[in-house]
Write a protein that binds this ligand. Sequence first.
Ligand SMILES: Cc1cc2nc3c(=O)[nH]c(=O)nc-3n(C[C@H](O)[C@H](O)[C@H](O)COP(=O)(O)OP(=O)(O)OC[C@H]3O[C@@H](n4cnc5c(N)ncnc54)[C@H](O)[C@@H]3O)c2cc1C
Length: 403
Amino acid sequence: MLQEAAHDILILGGGPAGLSTALHLAQLAPDLIPRILVLEKAHYPRPKLCAGGLLADAEVILQRLGLDVGEIAHVDVEAAHLDFAGKGLVITQPNGHMLRVIRRDEFDNWLAAKVEAAGIQIRQGVTVRGLQLRDDCVIVDTEQGTFTARVAVGADGSNGVTRRCILPNAPVHTARALEVLAPPHPTPRSKDFGEGAESRDRIAYFDFFCVPSGIAGYTWDFPTQLNGQPMRCWGIYDTNVLAGLQRPPLKQPLDEEMRRHGADLNDVEIKGYPIRWFSPNNRMSVPRVVLAGDAVGADPIFGEGISIALGYGALAAGEISASFRRGNFSFSGYKSRVLRSALGQTLLARWAIAQILYRLRWGWAQRFFWRSLGWFINASSRVLVLNWGKRMPSIHPPGFGEL
Ligand SMILES: Cc1cc2nc3c(=O)[nH]c(=O)nc-3n(C[C@H](O)[C@H](O)[C@H](O)COP(=O)(O)OP(=O)(O)OC[C@H]3O[C@@H](n4cnc5c(N)ncnc54)[C@H](O)[C@@H]3O)c2cc1C
């Protein structure tokens, strides 16, 4: 087994969380750049099951890094419908698109190229098998050899090895998600706005009709593209906040929703993947290792995790650069600093909302919530769910991560 040269920082996993950590470190601590290594088990562009909906907060974080996601293929979504059984409220952003939908293979490949352009090395095709913590280092065992570092970042996603190694007994809060890619609606959704078909193609639909049947989540229907051809991405998400109750199958309600709109689940390939969601009880670090992205937890309401992973990357980088300045790698204050940040505040709010929203299992309650409280949901989502990116610490945070 090969013994690799020691590094200062090993980033385990090259998804949005790991790549954002790398990019933020390159800006915060350029002296560390040659001593950072990202280990990624796949080769870019690699598949990642994800609907690819980017909220404006993701774009804000990328812009602060000097990056414009408009460089890659995308579909701009003008409005999001939040419905119960086909009827509810519409959310828009005043000065732009509501969502930008990207393909994850393309997005992650683009972001990885930016990391390499910043001078940070990515080793692709290296699968982490385990970690050993020592007083003075972390030893990372991979299928391709052993790596040693002063600090490691666990950014290896919902099923990550890092979290399982460093926090073997931590509770698992995991949602289920199924996703399919289908041709555009054969018949446009009839009762949508009076606008043209092109406009309807730029709407993302979320429908919570499945909550009364015990699924603590929703179905989605997003516009997307594949090799420049318009497509729709459909899926279903069950947050599992009602853990302990029997978990109903997901395929049948997704099939129901797709049929209602003229699409057929039997014609397409169904894929599933778990999403680990944020809970205030989740631990986020041990001495010499910090976690970021799904390894800590995504948004519990929607399973939205790309902007969240980019945000964790900013915070993890701030914490690590401060730890090198002071020569203390305990990371004992990481969790409280995450919780006090704008990212932590939105995650706490979303966790609380998910606990309440998905316990309202009566049809009349969901109907009333989505159809009659539009003004309230619209206003509160702008404060509690959206617009946190602007309130994140700037790239050169005064004292973020200091003791
Ligand atoms: C069906 C579905 C739909 C979704 N839709 C959306 C959406 O529309 N919008 C949104 O914001 N979020 C969405 N999400 C959530 C989003 O995909 C995740 O929150 C996001 O990918 C988290 O980023 P991450 O970097 O933490 O983890 P990941 O993106 O999972 O990246 C982890 C990386 O680590 C690598 N890795 C894993 N194990 C190892 C190992 N042992 N050794 C080395 N490398 C390893 C992986 O190859 C991967 O590159 C969706 C998720 C699912 C499942």
